[in-house]
Design a binder for this molecule. Sequence first.
Ligand SMILES: [Zn+2]
Ligand SMILES: [Zn+2]
Length: 387
Amino acid sequence: MPKQEQEPASEEVTEVAPGVLRMQLPIWLPGLGHVNMYGLVDERGLAVVDPGLPGPQSWKALKSRLKTAGYRVRDIHTVVVTHSHPDHFGGAGRIAREAGAELVTHHSFSTWTVKGPSPQRAISDSEARRAEVDAAAIAQSVAGPPDEIPTIAEAAPDDPDILHDDTEETEATATPWGRETPWGTKNPGPPLKRRLMIRAMRVLFTPPEPTKRVHHGDRLRLAKRDWFVIHTPGHTVDHLCLFDPETGALLCGDHVLPTITPHVSGVRKADSLRSYLATLDLVARLDGVQLGLPAHGHPFHDVPGRVEAIKEHHQERMELLRSASMAVGPASVQDLSHEVFPKRHWGVMAESETFAHLEHLAHAGQAERWQEGDRLMYRVAPLSSGA
Ligand SMILES: [Zn+2]
Ligand SMILES: [Zn+2]
């Protein structure tokens, strides 16, 4: 039985919440069969969230789904991209160009062609906002004064790096092909044939240049109601979810998926797993959250339950790393990734995920890290000596 995230894109268009349409677009990524593009309908036309991969096949499917729903590309007034992965931003630039649509991303959004905001802007904006927001207040503030920015209390205790909004502090983008990763191995990139195909596609590609960069706590008027921007760094630094307190719907991108565990990218100078775990708690505690609308797979109801299961998975992986480290002694990220991942998953993704877990343990004082030549080396402490 394939997992629901692996199911091929259905041509059906379904209304999954009032005024919210699920339209599945085909994708060609390991472990995934479709991406959900959500259409949020109002009197002006519609907004779409995560319009699929770059390229003509996805675009054709996108137009055909819109047609099924009774719309054309030019009816799209807004396109929201939850994060900087190609299966989410692929069609966004073209929609913005052809429909004159607003292109909305998180403030820190960046890709290989789209640069993040300038550090100057990042500093002043994040200082102005100090995005430490209370989950419950997000729901309550619907009735509050329009300029009031809600605060996330518990999820972001006193540590600004949980919601690291300051892009200059972290390396937001993935390691380019052929370049060195933060942990000292080379990212070989995809096989040559695929690489050439991707290069060719880039030539015809309209980059997803944001026209509106939003922050945690901002509101967007979509499907005739206010949705709150929830910054959820972890899967990527620039990931955002949208929460509608009126119906309890959460557009969760790749932050929470129904049956597979989202990949957590290790980034330089930040504990991305900590950010991820904290912002998982944050979405689980949103007041009245009752419907997860993921980017892959079916809508699901128990957001807190799913969050709990994902957290357990990461706890288990950390324990696995601990026992692997105790068995092999000091080791590189690559070596340790080989201990905890089956051989078919070896490579830069597994290493990045291992790096994120090791950095999390190091930040918590449960692992030592040092440089040996060009490699980062780690040793995880036995449980008793941990905090
Ligand atoms: Zn993703
Ligand atoms: Zn995705």
